[in-house]
Write a protein that binds this ligand. Sequence first.
Ligand SMILES: [Zn+2]
Length: 159
Amino acid sequence: MDRVDKETRSRTMAAVRSTNNRSTEWKVRSALIRAGLKGWVVRDTRVFGKPDFTFPKHNLAVFVDGCFWHGCPKCRKTPNSNTSYWTKKIQRNWNRDKAITAQLRRSGWSVVRIWEHELCSSKPPIRRIQTKLIGISELVPRRRPIRVPTGAACRRKGK
Ligand SMILES: [Zn+2]
């Protein structure tokens, strides 16, 4: 059993969730900027499912899913306490994500879902967004390199 009461726990988890969201959103934002991609909007609440990023001109929705909350098959780790509570909760999120993706696609949107863990991998997930955009429009710069700059390169850019 958990030592903390339900209310404290849900407050703690909400805080964890919102901090994670902010930092992953920030990582994606800066990756989009570095890749030279333009025309995106952060969390447009008018779009069904409230995608984390949308490219309205291209009808492209991008979701960045936290590995824990959305049940990433690669990183899945169910907490030892209240296992059935968490399993159900994560399953619900997983089902909702699938339903949202399907509904958006039915209404003519392209959908890219990025796992939080992909943001730390050597293969930048931004490439998937870029590929989609190139598929949709010729306006997107093809040759722009999307390598993640090192610290030195970032500093030089400012001059
Ligand atoms: Zn993961």
